[in-house]
Design a protein around this ligand. Structure first.
Ligand code: XIL
Length: 328
């Protein structure tokens, strides 16, 4: 379909993250992935915590299962993620030297990217490397990688991914780009600076991923977003929406009201982005309210359930789904 205000817009690939527990236990979850996704992202199974529980070996069991499902159903794949400061097994956080960190990071990226070479088309090479407020002691987030390798951790990651699969699309993924506050403005600027610096050094980067975990009680900065889109465009970079959902913990309990509000917020956000630049993909962080990190990470004060996603807990499409399908 085409979006409102868009003349004959080309459809945008839609997708979701897939959580392995729900994927294995719930046939309706698998059906929803088949029906609503052009792109599938293993939600947790490509993180170090899942792959590298043992230092000596890689455990690809969960990732292989989801990749096989995507391939069998002709879905594209995004890989999430090669470098992050979270979801790390204890041994990674105990590393002590620069040499050790570099050796482990390079080896990890080589093994993982090589295994899915030509199959995982796009990688979130780095995730959340920008400090929350980069204007105070930034721009880099304090992680084990930054502590041991300094700013070079990002260059090493992109360079290694590019060398291992020269055809892969390589993305810098991060959050808090759309909020109407000075922090978001600073973060957008830092993201552009990082991309520019990589480009200047001849290190391949193809796009920026906006997680877009939208806060229901906040506005989105449509002007700021549109400027960001134009700046990315000038740099020749793609944009992707990588983890869309709505954090509705501060909203009144009424389900219909929340669903309507969230759909309107998603619509405002997507219209702002798409009217300035067509994203390569729009990916939600799950499909159904039955399974989502939002309820766990942002617990409500009442006993209502979080409603962050386009399908309700019984897989019925919510107003948010109609908004998404306008672009598909
Ligand atoms: C979350 C998953 O959804 C949860 O299942 C897991 O327990 C923790 O991680 N930003 C990211 C994602 O980049 O990897 C996070 O995913 C959500 C926030």
């Amino acid at each position: 379909g085409s979006a409102p205000g868009q003349a004959a817009a080309r459809p945008i690939a839609m997708g979701s993250a897939a959580e392995i527990g729900a994927f294995r236990s719930d046939p309706r979850y698998r059906e929803a992935l088949k029906r609503y996704c052009d792109v599938v992202v293993p939600m947790n199974d490509l993180k170090w915590e899942a792959l590298r529980h043992d230092r000596a070996r890689f455990d690809f069991s969960g990732a292989d299962e989801l990749v096989a499902f995507a391939e069998a159903n002709r879905k594209a794949l995004r890989g999430h993620t090669l470098l992050w400061g979270e979801a790390l097994p204890p041994w990674v956080k105990e590393m002590k030297t620069r040499a050790e960190a570099e050796r482990e990071l390079v080896n990890h990226i080589e093994v993982v990217v090589d295994r899915y070479k030509g199959r995982i088309a796009t990688w979130d090479v780095v995730n959340e490397v920008i400090k929350y407020d980069p204007t105070s002691g930034g721009p880099w987030r304090d992680t084990i990688w930054q502590r041991l390798l300094g700013p070079e951790h990002v260059e090493i990651a992109f360079r290694t991914a590019a060398r291992t699969d020269p055809k892969a699309r390589l993305v810098l993924n991060d959050f808090h780009f759309e909020e109407p506050d000075p922090v978001a403005a600073a973060r957008r600027k830092v993201a552009l600076d990082i991309c520019r610096r990589l480009r200047d050094k001849g290190i391949p980067i193809h796009g920026v991923g906006m997680q877009a975990h939208l806060y229901a009680e906040k506005q989105v900065d449509t002007d700021g977003l549109q400027r960001f889109m134009r700046d990315l465009d000038e740099l020749g970079l793609d944009v992707e929406i990588t983890e869309l959902d709505v954090i509705d913990w501060k909203m009144p309990a009424d389900a219909a009201l929340r669903d309507k509000h969230s759909a309107a917020l998603v619509s405002t956000f997507l219209n702002a982005v798409v009217s300035a630049k067509r994203p390569k993909a729009i990916v939600t962080w799950g499909l159904t309210d039955r399974y989502s990190w939002v309820g766990e990470t942002f617990p409500r004060k009442d006993d209502a359930k979080a409603r962050p996603l386009p399908l309700d807990a019984d897989y019925r499409p919510k107003p948010m789904m109609a908004v998404l399908e306008r672009y598909r």
